[in-house]
Each structure stands twice: as C-alpha cells, then as structure tokens.
Ligand binder design. Structure first.
Ligand code: NAD
Length: 283
C-alpha cells in the first residue's frame, strides 16, 4: 500500500510560512498584493480564481480581482496589464488561462513584466529556469518539488518520467527534476512504447489531462506516483490522470486527486507573490 502524499497538509505548512512572511513584511510597510485577471465564464477557471483570492486573504495579502467579459478586446486586456505593471501595490500579476480564443495568449503573457510574473510563464523567467538561476518557479511543478522534499524523496540518480510536455507543467517539471540530478524522460502524445517507458520510472509524474490514463501495468512496483491531472467526470466528481484504485497498491507514494498537487499550486503562488514583493522593495 502506498503512502498518501497529502497536499492539504503540506500546502498548509507552506501557507503558514507565507503568512509569517507577510506579517513581517507588513511591519516594514509592505503588503504583498496579487492581481488576478479572469476573462470570460469558464467554470473551472472561476473556481481556481476564487481559491486564489481566498488564499491571498487568508495569508494577509492584498488581492485584486479583475473579472472581464468574454468579449474583452486584446487592447483592453493589454491596457489593464500595463496599468497593473505600473501599480506599486501590485507585486504579482496572474492572467488565468485558458483565455478566450480571440486573445493571443503568448502576447498577453509576454506583456506582464517578468518581475511580477508570479506564474513564471514569461520567456525571461522560462529561460532563467532552464539555466537554473531563477526568481520564480512555475507553481505546479514547484509545488510538486515541495511535496517530494517534504516526504524526503531523493531524486538524485532516479529514473524520472514525466508524461506531458506542456509549458505550464510537463516541460518545467522535467527541468526541475533535472536540476535535482534526476535522469529525466519526457513522454507525450507521440511517444512510442509509453507503458515500457513509464514502467522504468522511480518517480512518475502524470500531466496528461485524461481521467485514469495511468494504469497499474505502467507503474514499477515501489514507484512514487504524482498525479497532476484534474478531470471532471460525468457524475461531476474530480478525478486525476492516475487510476488511483489500481495504482495505489503498486506505488510506494501517491498523490490523491483532489487534495494532492492542486493545493500545492496555490501555496506556491502565494510564495511567489511574497518573493516578488520582497524583490520589488529590495528586502
Ligand atoms: P496540456 O493539454 O497542455 O498537455 C497535455 C500533455 O499530455 C501534452 O503535452 C500531450 O503531449 C500529452 N498527452 C496527451 N495525450 C497523450 C497520450 N496519449 N500519451 C502521452 N502523452 C499524452 O495540459 P496541461 O496544462 O499540462 O495539464 C495537464 C493536466 O494537469 C490537466 O488535467 C490539467 O487540468 C491539470 N493541471 C493541474 C494543475 C494542478 O494544480 N493540479 C495545474 C495545471 C494543470
């Protein structure tokens, strides 16, 4: 039976650290502030944004929410980002993805100044992550690294397999594992012999976006299995990319969905906003 890596417990510890840092910063006259922009009515995005707002408030940070209509033009969105770039009360800016199709995601991401890019999606921050000399780490992969650290899971020399190569999860995840001296393989939709490759993994990270994609026959006995997927089933329940019931008896550690990686993502966002506030105030 695998040990459950409890994202709620670990994220609570991170959030407590953030809260203490926010309180210390406030004594120096700095209140970290996060601006969250959401365009349109995507239900999942609305839930994520509400959770981010709640976490900001709980940590004592200022939160500025901008809920824009679906038909917002690129010019309007860019003008708002420009305003927030120049607002000293705003230390972090996040534009919830996905954006409606008529908006150029790359252009929007690139318009956020790198110093306030707490999602670490700007090319300057992505480049720094490649080099290994970074200010911010993307929230989901960084949250996963925190989980591995919390459980004292050693990465050095381990076979690490990441399924998924998105800019948000898969690619930066593989880079962070590499920085910790893992031997990393990145799999994607064109990977041949996926099952065999996954079965090599001491640490298997699934970021595919398909319910129950990872089955027991893809997992090496004793592997650490990290489930990034958030999939909504027809019955409304959330489900990860890993078939939990099948894989849990095979793995040594496993993250649940919900209550695994998700809460860590938000905790890291809070951490990044504090880092941004400190840097912008030379603290
Ligand atoms: P994405 O759609 O951008 O990327 C999915 C990746 O899976 C792609 O790189 C693709 O090549 C790969 N893939 C698709 N089919 C495959 C197949 N048959 N075999 C192997 N690889 C395949 O998605 P994303 O943004 O990286 O998100 C992945 C999942 O993680 C989604 O469920 C998303 O909701 C979830 N997510 C969770 C959090 C969190 O905080 N827990 C954060 C971000 C994303």
């Amino acid at each position: 039976m695998a040990k459950l890596i409890d994202g709620k417990v670990i994220s609570a510890a991170v959030k407590e650290e953030v809260k203490a840092e926010v309180s210390a910063l406030k004594q120096k006259g700095v209140t970290p502030g996060l601006a969250v922009i959401i365009v349109g009515e995507d239900p999942a995005s609305k839930v994520y944004v509400a959770n981010k707002e709640k976490a900001c408030e709980a940590s004592g940070m200022a939160s500025f929410k901008y809920a824009l209509p679906e038909n917002t033009s690129e010019e309007e969105l860019l003008a708002l980002i420009q305003k927030l770039n120049n607002d000293s009360c705003v230390n972090g800016i996040l534009c919830q993805l996905p954006l409606p199709r008529h908006l150029n995601e790359e252009l929007i991401i690139n318009s956020i100044v790198p110093e306030k890019d707490v999602d670490a999606f700007h090319p300057q921050n992505v480049g720094k992550i490649m080099i290994g000399n970074y200010d911010f780490l993307p929230c989901t992969p960084a949250g996963i690294m925190e989980m591995l650290k919390y459980e004292n899971i050693d990465i050095e020399g381990k076979e690490c397999v990441v399924i998924g190569r998105s800019n948000i999860v898969g690619k930066p995840m593989s880079m962070l594992l590499l920085h910790k001296n893992g031997t990393v393989t990145v799999c994607h939709s064109r990977t041949k012999n996926l099952k065999e490759v996954c079965k090599r993994a001491d640490i298997l990270v699934a970021a595919v976006g398909r319910a129950n994609f990872v089955t027991a026959d893809m997992v090496k006995p004793g592997a650490v299995v990290i489930d990034v997927g958030i999939n909504r089933l027809e019955n409304g329940k959330l489900c990860g990319d890993v078939n939990f019931a099948e894989v849990e008896p095979v793995a040594s550690y496993i993250t649940p969905v919900p209550g695994g990686v998700g809460p860590m993502t938000i905790a890291t966002l809070m951490k990044n906003t504090v880092t941004a506030a400190k840097k912008q105030n030379n603290i």
